[in-house]
Design a protein. Structure first.
Length: 485
């Protein structure tokens, strides 16, 4: 009788411990090289898969598909850790974080983010634009209509930091990242821009750095370790800035980028930072110019209130961007707001740039290794792989740049010739790049690259693919695909 009771107790203990052991094993699996793609563009936003797993030369709607699942709409990219895939989505006005089984795509759980109202978004945007981040034990999602939310691996909410909606009619788009014991979040909007660090266990605000001098941008921060010291790097309005990870204090800046930055920098395997920025009017031979405010007011300020309303302005650079220029959203562009944008138009530069490590203060003249002003991408982030920087510009112009010298090696056109919102990703000597209409190209990562294969998914694509343990996850407008051997 006693032995039987002991046996029952032992079995109860095993049944209680087993799920925990399996969960721990899943986290351990995620820590293996190549088993995790934990945030936007993978490890430190690099876009390059870890490990040496073979990847397919050809993928498509009917080629190399391990599984395919319907998903609610959303532009966020999938992330992977162990046996889990996480995405965010919108269904019937509800903001969702979803966990899927990596082996078959089945939904394991979904959680709703509380919100009072949905933020304004771009005509092709989504209320689920920001990519979640995970360390295996927790998953952190961000919605501009709700804020920053942390769940455990079972989908239980651990904490929430409410914020938003922001003053930005395009919505929030940059993504949170997990670094050591903290969550980093950069939000650059028409007003009240900031970079902040939160305790990943409690959600407590550790520091918050004011960035109110910059306008709306969509750069996800990256971490650059220089001489054993970790910096948080953000590219945004006219400049690139490095901040101390521990305190949020600004360490250095490099000026000379575009007035709006929609892509994320990358730290190359050579320790150099590669940045790109493009906005309309940033080309040397195609500048945007506006008359001084006094002249504009004399011509257009019909009600003589000292400001310029949208209905008073003729079609042109200010009228076309009125919601951005009217930063405080009072319905009138003041002299200060007008002059701010006039300066942005004057100073904006479309450029791909390499920055050497070790910068301090204003390092514009001292630490820019090289610049390239040809074939600069708009939204698709640059990719560093095997000593080369690869970019894809709207229209499908694909470019390989020698990372050491900054010289363009080869430029050509992809299968997809529309806009590129998804960023290129690489692994096993191959680069996967897909345009807005779902036209995908697989390209070799050689200096004189070649197109290996192409496919048409027949659905729009805004999310960047994920690569983990030889599998490629691609999100289209209505589905999540998993490809592999």
């Amino acid at each position: 009788m006693i032995r039987s009771r002991r046996f029952s107790i032992s079995m109860l203990m095993i049944s209680a411990i087993l799920p925990i052991a399996l969960w721990a094993a899943s986290i351990a699996a995620g820590e293996r090289a190549g088993a995790a793609w934990p945030q936007f563009r993978g490890e430190n936003c690099s876009g390059v898969a870890g490990g040496d797993a073979r990847l397919p030369d050809e993928i498509g709607p009917q080629t190399g598909v391990l599984w395919k699942r319907e998903l609610p709409p959303g532009h966020s990219s999938p992330v992977v850790y162990g046996d889990r895939v996480y995405v965010t989505a919108v269904r019937d006005g509800e903001l969702l974080t979803m966990a899927l089984d990596r082996q078959n795509g089945e939904t394991l759980w979904e959680a709703k983010a509380p919100h009072e109202q949905l933020e304004p978004i771009h005509r092709i945007g989504s209320h689920a634009q920001s990519t979640p981040a995970t360390d295996g034990e927790r998953v952190v999602s961000f919605f501009g209509s709700s804020g920053l939310i942390c769940y455990d691996a079972a989908g239980r909410q651990l904490w929430i930091h409410r914020m938003g909606p922001f003053k930005n009619d395009f919505g929030a788009g940059s993504s949170p990242v997990l670094v050591e014991d903290r969550v980093l979040l950069c939000q650059d909007h028409d007003t009240d821009s900031f970079l902040a660090a939160y305790d990943k266990r409690t959600g407590e605000l550790l520091w918050k750095t004011d960035r109110s001098e910059v306008a709306r941008n969509y750069c996800t921060p990256v971490v650059w370790e220089v001489e054993g010291r970790k910096q948080v790097v953000v590219a945004a309005t006219l400049r690139v800035v490095g901040y101390d990870l521990q305190t949020g204090r600004q360490l250095w800046t490099v000026r000379g980028v575009s007035r709006t930055v929609c892509m994320t920098p990358v730290v190359g395997g050579d320790g150099v930072l590669y940045v790109a920025g493009w906005s309309a009017g940033g080309e040397a031979d195609d500048r945007i110019r506006v008359e001084p405010f006094a002249e504009a007011a004399a011509l257009y300020d019909k009600n003589q209130n000292g400001g310029l309303e949208e209905k008073e302005l003729p079609k042109g650079p200010i009228q076309e961007r009125f919601p951005q220029v009217d930063r405080d959203k009072d319905g009138s562009v003041s002299r200060e707001e007008y002059d701010y944008f006039s300066n942005l138009f004057d100073e904006s530069r479309n450029v791909v740039m390499a920055i050497r490590p070790g910068a301090a203060g204003d390092a514009t003249q001292s630490h820019v290794k090289w610049e390239s002003t040809r074939h600069v991408p708009f939204c698709a982030s640059p990719l560093y792989d095997r000593g080369r920087v690869f970019t894809v510009k709207d229209g499908g112009i694909f470019c390989a740049i020698d990372a050491a010298a900054g010289k363009i090696i080869k430029t050509g056109r992809m299968h997809g010739t529309k806009n590129y919102y998804a960023s290129p990703v690489a692994g096993d000597g191959k680069i996967y790049v897909v345009d807005e209409q779902g036209e995908l190209s697989v390209v070799s990562s050689e200096a004189r690259w070649r197109v290996i294969s192409s496919a048409d998914f027949g659905e729009n694509v805004y999310a960047t693919p994920a690569i983990a343990e030889g599998r490629i996850l691609l999100r289209t407008a209505g589905h999540l695909y998993c490809f592999g051997p």
